[in-house]
Design a protein around this ligand. Structure first.
Ligand SMILES: CC(C)(COP(=O)(O)OP(=O)(O)OC[C@H]1O[C@@H](n2cnc3c(N)ncnc32)[C@H](O)[C@@H]1OP(=O)(O)O)[C@@H](O)C(=O)NCCC(=O)NCCS
Length: 192
């Protein structure tokens, strides 16, 4: 009996927590294809579209930051897209900001505090950087890529299928499939 009450209580808490965490996503702009596992709050903002495949998981309790801090997926402009494939897992405090497009494949592992940006957001010219737009180029992270903690992935980068990016890397050029790459700027250190 006690076990039954405990189980029911836990399931109610889970449902409430899910509702609360999901609450911060813009209505009508987020397409969810199946079950979403929420261990930290998820914020989906911007005027574009965020698409989440089935069984995407957000936050990881034993990882650094103890499931603290939210994951943010922002499709900033009205044409912007953030797409996440089925089974991809985000650790805590990940931020993805797309002015144009960030595509993350299936079964990827995205480490804690990873930052993925498809834009410079500010023009580089001294006169224009407060008023003119920055360069924008789509980011593609192919299936089954593992990105280590605190990595930064910048505009125009494709990370090839199955590759691993070492913790703390800054990825400014595309990385081929099936390799380990690391450092600032990230370079291939070996093949898998
Ligand atoms: C990239 C990684 C997978 C490499 O592991 P490995 O294949 O065992 O590599 P090694 O430790 O043998 O290192 C190989 C070389 O790469 C360098 N290297 C390894 N990791 C690096 C990193 N993160 N940044 C820069 N260089 C790195 C090493 O210094 C070494 O260089 P050397 O040959 O000149 O001495 C590992 O170091 C790493 O960063 N793991 C990610 C952990 C993580 O963030 N997990 C996510 C938690 S959610």
């Amino acid at each position: 009996m006690l076990r039954f009450i405990f189980r029911q209580g836990r399931s109610v808490i889970k449902r409430w927590r899910h509702a609360l965490f999901w609450f911060d996503c813009r209505a009508g702009r987020v397409r969810k294809e199946g079950r979403l596992l929420l261990n930290v709050p998820l914020k989906c903002d911007g005027d574009g579209r965020v698409s989440l495949g089935a069984n995407v998981s957000i936050g990881f309790v034993p990882a650094p930051m103890l499931a603290d801090g939210r994951v943010r997926l922002q499709a900033r402009g009205s044409d912007a897209r953030v797409t996440v494939g089925a089974g991809t897992a985000f650790s805590n405090n990940v931020q993805v900001i797309a002015e144009n497009s960030v595509t993350i494949g299936r079964q990827c592992l995205i480490g804690d505090a990873v930052l993925i940006l498809d834009s410079d957001f500010h023009n580089l010219s001294a006169a224009g950087r407060h008023s003119m737009p920055g360069a924008v180029a789509a980011v593609v992270i192919e299936d089954n890529v593992f990105i280590g903690s605190r990595t930064i992935v910048l505009k125009g980068v494709t990370i090839g299928k199955d590759s691993v990016i070492g913790a703390g890397s800054v990825v400014v050029r595309s990385i081929p499939p099936g390799v380990v790459a690391a450092g600032n700027p990230a370079r291939v250190i070996r093949t898998l």
